[in-house]
Design a protein around this ligand. Sequence first.
Ligand SMILES: [Zn+2]
Ligand SMILES: [Zn+2]
Length: 323
Amino acid sequence: MSRPASYRAVVLPGFHRDLVLEERAFGPLTGPDAGWYRVLAAGVCHSDVHVAEGRWPKLPTPLVMGHEVVVETAEGPCVVYPPWGCGQCRFCAATEEQLCGSVEEAGLVRDGGYAEWIQVPHPRYLLPIGDLDPAASATFGCSSLTPYRAVRKAADRLGAGVRCLQIGAGGLGQYGVQYLRSLTGAHVVVADLKAAARERALALGAHEACAPDALEGPFDVVFDYVGADETLAQARELIRPGGLVVLVGAWEGSVPFGFSRVPHETWWTQSMWGSRDDIAEVIRIAQRGDLDFLVERIPLGAAGEAHARIRRGEVDGRLVLIP
Ligand SMILES: [Zn+2]
Ligand SMILES: [Zn+2]
């Protein structure tokens, strides 16, 4: 496909600064397997707002954010697998590049998808989506991928009748509910502060949904899609001895750990993003028609307003930039 002389990109010039739509020249390819691809859709993740607010101050700026990216390729539209590892270590060999010690993530460390074009370092990061909608498929990069891994890894504890609590039913959590219902036999209780999120969780198959202060434990498994001090403290109160708590949300909260600090023999883990095998499975699930997407398409220049809306809690589902 022919490349223009330059392309538009939404750039974060520095932390706590407004996003800027600017015209950029194509930089040199960073390796022999790298290529430039035209962006078809790029999701706006809540963690992008955290990035812009400087929550992870070691990230480089200026930066083009966007780790939920669908691009055009000669073989058709592809979703971009965003954690780009070394390709050599045991994690990369197992397709778990998100765990690689020298991972560079699209939209966090390397320039991502808030742009008309993106450079992808290797074709292994391009997964065909076939006839699926590019805007919905952008979620495969994070919001529908991350919950899949979390549920898959806990699946052997989620047999019929197990009481499972999911805290948070927003951007990621709405997919968590769907995987819990389609992949496990658990009884699914969802807690969310927002009534609209609770209603959507019920529509997606949750057995019960309530405000966080109305919860009654104990639960066998708890998924925390927020990850704040308050939600982790609630997980600690509601998990039964021997139960499993899976932290998914990146609010950077913490919980004290020790004999008198958590119920006896509870298991605490986080689930980090997803592997290339995980993303391939999410694509298969979507192609079977087993995933329900809620996306709102917006133009590239609306990225700043998208962040403002996320900060104000005014987004249901996913905002997806269409360059
Ligand atoms: Zn994300
Ligand atoms: Zn590696």
